[in-house]
Design a protein around this ligand. Structure first.
Ligand code: PLP
Length: 396
């Protein structure tokens, strides 16, 4: 392991705070490190590996498609791309029925911005405090954390107006006849698993309609069944004009996309947007299999059911340990806020020592975004371990 860490330090950009762990294999909820130790994975590649690691159906789909055709570019038609778009139209909110495929979440958001600006012929975008939309120049501009933005200020367009999340009065003041779009995560992920109040998304919809702005839902983290519905906005019955999807869409194979209402997507004409790899047969075959497997296993409904159990169990910990401030989230997108960053970091470390991968976001929020195939028994094992860890961690 030491050699891998040394090589990483020598040859790779030092942009990540990696855990000292070299992972070599995975199956279902379990990943194995280079020394043979197994871990229950409650991170799931940050809300990506929704079917669990190396699901046989996904492995087979990728292998079969790789033998047939991996990539030809968008100069030609390919079957997997149209099949995936057709399938997505079935699970996205009614009205979202045209799609553009790319390779990551940030690219999806960037495309959504371009589309909104072209469609409305307006120039400003309202984003939320606590947001995360990616690390490209435009998407990092819509991302709240100053330390992600400020060193790159010259690259970032000055078109973003930030307002507090879940504050309709502030949104009302910020959305004007110059606003091309409002972008919001229906539940904030990196910002600490923040669930808005009941009428918030509907209120944003009404404000956008009144001012002629588009509403973009960034469902990169919340999408694909994670919160108990295919997309989180479906909890509130609100349809955006544009939505972004990535992460779990490929179940680990890189793919992103944005979908829009037909009349909005119609503002793009040939040459307006493109991606060499976007929607290639291999990525689309993977994503199609992810969606079909999720349908077959009814994973969104399962996420709601198992997620409720998980949340109840975390709430038991909150009752018992003073260092737990709050448990939040929907389905299998859950956060447990501790009182300090030190306690959160220590909990992540001790959990890893005991064979559990968990992640911390927004300084002190333990984030649980496991594969949607997680079993109650896995949850019980984690919660029992957390119970002991929280008793040991200073400040708890
Ligand atoms: C809501 C949201 N949008 C966009 C992104 C960026 O996705 P990617 O890292 O694939 O570019 C993320 C990543 O965490 C995200 O959570």
């Amino acid at each position: 392991m030491r050699r891998i860490l040394e090589l990483e330090k020598r040859y790779l950009a030092q942009t990540y705070h990696r855990q000292p762990l070299v992972l070599v294999e995975g199956r279902g909820m379990v990943v194995r490190d280079i020394g043979g130790k197994e871990y229950l994975d409650f991170v799931g590649g940050i809300a990506v590996c929704a079917l669990g690691h190396c699901h046989p159906a996904l492995v087979e789909a990728i292998s079969e498609q790789a033998k047939k055709l991996m990539h030809v570019s968008n100069l030609y038609y390919t079957t997997p791309q149209v099949e995936l778009a057709q399938l997505l139209a079935k699970i996205t909110p009614k009205g979202i029925d045209k799609f553009f495929f790319c390779n990551s979440g940030a690219e999806a958001v960037e495309g959504a911005f371009k589309l909104s600006i072209k469609h409305t012929k307006r120039q400003r975008i309202v984003a939320m405090q606590g947001s995360f939309h990616g690390r490209t120049s435009a998407t990092v501009g819509a991302t709240w954390k100053a330390s992600y933005r400020e060193p790159f200020a010259p690259l970032i367009p000055k078109i973003f107006d930030f307002v507090p999340f879940d504050d309709l009065a502030a949104a009302e003041r910020a959305i004007t006849d110059r606003t091309a779009a409002v972008i919001v995560e229906p539940i904030q992920g990196e910002g600490g698993i923040n669930v808005p109040s009941e009428g918030y998304l509907k209120g944003l919809r009404e404000l956008c309609d009144a001012r002629g702005a588009l509403l973009i839902f960034d469902e990169v983290q919340t999408g694909m069944g994670r919160t108990g519905k295919w997309f989180a906005c479906q909890h509130w019955g609100v349809t955006p004009d544009v939505m972004t999807i990535a992460k779990a869409l490929g179940g680990g194979f890189p793919i992103g996309c944005f979908g829009a209402k037909a009349e909005v997507m119609g503002s793009f004409s040939a040459g307006d947007h493109a991606s060499t790899f976007g929607g290639n047969p291999l990525a689309c075959a993977a994503a199609t299999t992810v969606v079909r497997t999720m349908m077959r296993l009814k994973l969104p409904r399962r996420a709601a059911r198992v997620g409720r159990y998980f949340k109840d169990r975390l709430e038991e910990l909150a009752e018992k340990h003073d260092c737990v401030r709050e448990v939040r989230g929907l389905g299998l997108m859950l956060g447990m806020e501790l009182t300090t960053k030190e306690a959160a970091d220590m909990t992540v470390k001790k959990a890893m020592e005991r064979g559990f991968l968990i992640n911390c976001t927004a300084d002190r929020v333990l984030r649980f975004v496991p594969p949607l195939v997680v079993e109650r028994e896995h949850i019980d094992r984690l919660v029992d371990a957390l119970d002991e860890i929280l008793s040991e961690v200073r400040g708890c």
